[in-house]
Design a binder for this molecule. Sequence first.
Ligand code: DO4
Ligand code: MG
Length: 281
Amino acid sequence: MKLGQIKPEGAAIAAVFEDGMARPIPGHTMLDLIRRAEVTGEPLGKLAAQLASLHAEEITPALPVTPPEVWACGCTYEPSAAFRDAEHGTREGMYAYVYRETRPEIFFKGTARVCVSSGQPIGIRADSKFTAPEPELAVVLGSRGHVLGYTLANDVSAWDIERENALYLPQSKVYDGCCALGPVMVTAEDLPDPYQLEMSCTIVRDGTELYSGKISTASLHRKIETLIEYLMRANHVPCGTVLLTGTGIIVPQEAALAPGDVVTIRVAEIGELSNRAVVVG
Ligand code: DO4
Ligand code: MG
């Protein structure tokens, strides 16, 4: 089942999505629905089906959940670690280290404040000359760290700022419009094998495809459960937290994002997350 949120009158309401149409769940945001399912012990999809109105409307999805926290994993695919080590001449092996070692890289990506839904603008920092999309599979977590569902994420990052010095990572990663999520979340029951997803990403500039790349989640070097287990060590993240699982698609410097570029990330089982880039200053 595809779940998410809509904003028919400005405020977010949970909804069930079927064939491009949304059936609202009145009186509930997605976080309300998640909390209610946790209290009653019912599967999220079953509860959503019970509460959804029969009336369906054609409306653009908002953020699938308004996340209290967003975290992200890094160097979980070999191309991401290899590219970053190549960028850091003097720190050869730093990224290969976290790719190889038991403890994964996990960093704080922000809150709902920096998140945008499909169709909303993603940010290019005014002080960055090489900002890139990072297409990633993301999980929405329940309060015990169980996976409620899967969505798509764009971990938009100022790679030149990260390249200058690794201690600048938070500035390269966290700023207005740095995290796109959506378009919907597919419940865990309906996506039993998250390691067999074909993900693609395009960047279109002035109507012409500037870049196209793809990756299979079969190349994800970590188990999602392991990433969640490390996230939640001594860190009791609230339900509705979103965890990005890392990028396997690395765009070349020639495809650095420019204002007006449209980035589209696709996974057939989840949908299309599409955002236009704007400069944020
Ligand atoms: O190590 C820096 C960030 C890596 C990252 O975001 C990724 O691999 O997706
Ligand atoms: Mg990333």
